[in-house]
Design a protein around this ligand. Structure first.
Ligand code: SF4
Length: 421
């Protein structure tokens, strides 16, 4: 059973149920269609791809791997990179996947184990901000919270993390059972999905959507969530303003704090339950679609000093020029990925790929621009990483296999967020 949407008292964004239904049905269809060469055909979820071979088919080891991965997952890191690193850590230091051992470990020893694993895994990139792999961003904090959470699960749940979820009547009940350091609704939702996927717990409650950047971008661009936006300089702390070149500070943005994330998570659980859809399908559809397709829409591009800076010194230096795109400048010499997208009729905003992870703000550049010269709706040139995962024949007719879910009437579109650029 889904939990009721919590009213936190903070100014919450408006939510459009009709648009939510359209988006969720399409995302679920995208992910479900992967088995027969459909829109996301051939893709493998990272928790499957990076599951160690000795843990496959072994529920105890699978639980250990997923628990460790969930406990180091954060909004500030890429989940597939974390799972790949946790896989390496499993091969190098398997003892730390035992919660009883973890609970008695000194954080500095764990940190050193991260460092030596990273040294072995990324020898060519050991200097600079990738020094400890994807965990290097606040690696000491990860080590401390891992040990602390290991202690909490050992003490409160007899070392069995399944007890956090087992038999709960709602997601709110899961969240009320414990308070793990650094783990909010997003990671708890993801963790629950993994445990359900590997049949480590029974389904007794509705898991919310995993409210990460990709989910938020799709909800916002497709008019499901309507934020009040204000100039970046007004919604961001002075410290975080340094992460953007000053000439970008006039762009409009919405701050997405924990209360808003929770509000949207509980709302999504209600809607998923009502529609009979699974968060597993919708969340995976959202993650893959946004990171592979939306990311490549030229209006979602941003530039940074990455490559010349350590991660903590990373600065966003530019955003896509929507006016130039409108004039036909800056498009690839082939149909862009939006041209075959099932969401093209409702996706109305340009939301760049950057900043959310580090600063918690969603930049809204303006209305999404359609490629003026697109003639064919068929995508023929998929991203390189898709190529690795698909058979070439699956590329044919990709756009024709998109899920056929009817878009809501256009009159409903909230479109330009109030105060937009
Ligand atoms: S139209 Fe483009 S930006 Fe919008 S959801 Fe589709 S791929 Fe993403």
């Amino acid at each position: 059973m889904a939990a009721k949407v919590k009213n936190t008292g903070a100014a919450m964004p408006r939510l459009n149920k009709e648009r939510g239904e359209f988006l969720f049905r399409n995302l679920a269809a995208m992910w479900q269609g992967r088995h027969n060469g459909g829109y996301l055909g051939g893709l493998i979820a990272p928790q499957q791809e990076h599951m160690p071979y000795d843990a496959r088919g072994n529920s105890e080891l699978t639980l250990r791997f997923l628990t460790f991965a969930a406990l180091v997952m954060r909004g500030s890191v890429r989940s597939d990179a974390v799972l790949a690193f946790v896989h390496e850590f499993w091969l190098c230091r398997p003892e730390y996947f035992d919660l009883a051992v973890l609970a008695k470990t000194r954080p500095e020893d764990l940190l050193e184990a991260f460092r030596t694993t990273a040294e072995k895994t990324y020898p060519q990139r050991i200097n600079g901000f990738v020094g400890s792999g994807p965990l290097s961003y606040k690696a000491d904090e990860f080590a401390r919270s891992l040990v602390q959470n290991g202690k909490i699960i050992t003490r409160e749940f007899d070392g069995d993390p399944r007890r956090i979820f087992a038999g709960a009547k709602s997601f709110a009940e899961v969240m009320s059972r414990t308070r793990l350091n650094g783990i909010g609704t997003k990671i708890m939702s993801l963790w629950a999905l993994w445990l359900l996927e590997f049949r480590l717990i029974e389904e007794s409650f509705t898991v919310p959507g995993v409210v990460d950047f990709h989910f938020m971008r799709l909800l916002t661009a497709n008019g499901v969530v309507e934020f009040e936006t204000r100039p970046l300089r007004e919604v961001i702390t002075q410290q975080n303003q340094k992460r953007f070149s000053p000439h970008l500070h006039h762009h409009h943005a919405a701050r997405v704090g924990q209360k808003i994330t929770d509000y949207i998570a509980y709302w999504s659980a209600e809607l998923l339950e009502e529609l009979g859809l699974s968060s597993y399908d919708v969340s995976h559809g959202s993650w893959f679609h946004s990171r592979e397709f939306c990311k490549r829409y030229p209006g979602n591009r941003a530039t940074s000093n990455r490559g010349h800076a350590r991660r903590r010194d990373l600065v966003i230096t530019g955003f896509a020029d929507l006016e130039a795109l409108r004039r036909g400048i800056g498009w690839p010499d082939r149909p862009n990925y939006c041209s075959g997208c099932p969401l093209a009729s409702t996706c109305k905003l340009s939301i760049p790929n950057v900043s959310y992870y580090r600063t918690g703000v969603l930049i809204v550049l303006g209305p999404r621009v359609k490629q003026p010269t697109t003639e064919s709706p068929i995508i023929t040139d998929l991203p390189r990483d898709f190529r690795k995962l698909r058979e070439a024949k699956r590329l044919e007719g990709l756009a024709r296999k998109q899920p056929a879910v009817k878009a809501p009437e256009d009159r409903q579109l909230p479109l330009l967020l109030s105060g937009g650029p």
